[in-house]
Write a protein that binds this ligand. Structure first.
Ligand SMILES: Cc1cc2nc3c(=O)[nH]c(=O)nc-3n(C[C@H](O)[C@H](O)[C@H](O)COP(=O)(O)OP(=O)(O)OC[C@H]3O[C@@H](n4cnc5c(N)ncnc54)[C@H](O)[C@@H]3O)c2cc1C
Length: 468
């Protein structure tokens, strides 16, 4: 059953489950085994499509880390601890501040480079594994400080999850991050602007539509229920999931009686979960820590990067020695140095290494460490979560919609793509970017391209312009 595993088997969740039973399920896209049975949508076929699949990407295995039940900020600190002053770690999952973001990853790279500088002798040879923002930032700092650095990258490009694609698109599209989350000490926005990248303010006030295409006002009850549940959970003896917090606090017991718009309070809770909690973390409420889940209230006045996030890496990468298409599968160290084995069987040695591969890669044990990682690292890798958010970019011949809203969301159904960004008012191009998250993203990751596109077009039906 697709609609929410949320609140399954809980007494106070019956209202939500009852609602789930009443609402006809959204059309389920046909899996790849029978692609011919894809139901055509009323939405016109796009001219161009770009789809991501971060969960099946061997060098990411997910989109970004999140606070799973039981995970604490101390787990991130533990993951970032150097081992014997030889093996250092960086990457968004190790970031104490703003994990799961570009700026968090970047700060972790700077920190790891400083840790190396504290113990390394001048001119030492340092290997950096991974040419994402954490790895490139660390390598840049070390090269500038006079160290001999080589970056080893599994992909045939630098950037990692920063994945800006030009191709035939009218503007470069972002298959990874699109937003710069505004924080008090954010240094990325100024820097991107200085690099000539277009950043536009993106206030997250959506146009909300029902499946029938009715534009409705957001009800605050969903946000209030989640906030109430998290406040309640903060006073409990131990961490629990957001789902359990909603149930046990009583906040999930919302009315399922539909109003004139066909929406109930329970629908607005589902909406809050689908469009915020899941999209911000890539995880279901049953997976997320009620103590440490993303503070959704803080994600308000972001800026959207229009084609150019990768510019951030270009100048830092200039002159760096980067071995592309080189997969590291073993990292060994002793008191004399480190030795790395590549997928080709070749070995490389150095004085120290900074490992910046994503948490998903560490979780999959795709790199063997010798000696094995300390318990604290293994514990952190096990308990931190790797969420899944995928994107679809669609370029149309002409807009089939008649709204100028930048952010579109869908309420009252379990839409696979509950959130869309309308690039038309931002760029003048009839291009949409859809987001699918958590278990929906995992399910869609198994679909072939036709079925995936059909699911995206079906989700867009509420935004079809009404004929005159
Ligand atoms: C769909 C999506 C949307 C996002 N949206 C935002 C957003 O709007 N704003 C924001 O701030 N952040 C966002 N993020 C998160 C952000 O992209 C990441 O936090 C950040 O880019 C991570 O950088 P990193 O250097 O830690 O990891 P990565 O960029 O993943 O770099 C790690 C590198 O290691 C390489 N590697 C992996 N395994 C091996 C191996 N065995 N050998 C050698 N190399 C290896 C990888 O190929 C990769 O290049 C988003 C991410 C995704 C996927």
């Amino acid at each position: 059953m697709k609609r929410r595993t949320f609140l399954l088997g809980t007494a106070s969740g019956f209202s939500v489950l009852a609602l789930a039973a009443c609402v006809p399920p959204a059309p389920v896209p046909t899996p790849s085994v029978s692609p011919t049975a894809v139901t055509p949508s009323l939405v016109p076929q796009p001219l161009m499509v770009s789809r991501t699949n971060w969960s099946t990407d061997a060098f990411s295995r997910g989109s970004f880390s999140y606070a799973a039940v039981g995970a604490t900020p101390e787990h991130r600190t533990a993951l970032g601890q150097a081992i014997d002053a030889r093996v250092f770690f960086a990457g968004e999952a190790t970031a104490g501040e703003e994990p799961g973001t570009v700026q968090g990853a970047r700060a972790s790279g700077l920190l790891a480079a400083s840790q190396v500088q504290d113990v390394a002798a001048p001119g030492e040879r340092i290997i950096v594994v991974g040419a994402g923002i954490a790895g490139i930032t660390a390598a840049r700092q070390l090269v500038d400080a006079g160290f001999s650095v080589v970056v080893i990258e599994a992909r045939d490009r630098i950037g990692g999850r920063i994945d800006t694609v030009n191709g035939d698109w009218p503007f470069a599209i972002e298959r990874g991050p699109s937003f710069v989350h505004s924080t008090s000490d954010n240094f990325l926005d100024d820097e991107l602007t200085a690099l000539g990248v277009t950043l536009l303010p993106f206030v997250r006030t959506p146009e909300v539509r029902t499946r029938a295409g009715l534009v409705v006002e957001v009800s605050p009850v969903g946000t209030q229920a989640v906030t109430g549940a998290l406040d309640w959970a903060a006073d409990q003896q131990q961490d629990i999931s957001v789902e359990r917090a909603l149930v046990d606090s009583g906040e999930a017991g919302l009315s399922t009686t539909a109003n004139a718009e066909g929406l109930s309070d329970a629908d607005w809770l589902e909406y809050e979960i689908a469009t915020k909690l899941k999209v911000e973390t890539g995880a279901t409420p049953s997976q997320q820590s009620a103590w440490y889940t993303t503070d959704i209230a803080s994600a308000d006045d972001d800026q959207i990067v229009i084609g150019g996030y990768s510019t951030l890496l270009t100048s830092d990468a200039e002159g760096l020695e980067v071995l592309l298409s080189s997969v590291v599968n073993r990292v060994a160290h002793d008191d004399r140095g480190v030795s790395l084995r590549l997928g080709t069987g070749e070995s490389l040695s150095a004085d120290r290494v900074i490992v910046t591969v994503p948490l998903g890669v560490l979780k999959a044990a795709a790199i063997e460490f010798s000696p094995p990682l300390p318990f604290a690292h293994r514990g952190a890798i096990a308990v931190l979560g790797m969420g899944v958010v995928d994107k679809v970019w669609l370029r149309f011949d002409a807009p089939f919609w008649d709204t100028a809203a930048r952010l579109w969301t869908i309420v009252g159904e379990d839409a696979d793509f509950p959130v869309w960004i309308n690039m038309m008012p931002l760029t003048g191009e009839p291009i949409l970017m859809g987001l699918v998250a958590a278990e929906n993203a995992t399910r869609l990751s198994e679909l072939d391209d036709d079925a995936f596109l059909a699911a995206a077009l079906t989700a867009l039906e509420p935004f079809l312009a009404v004929p005159d």
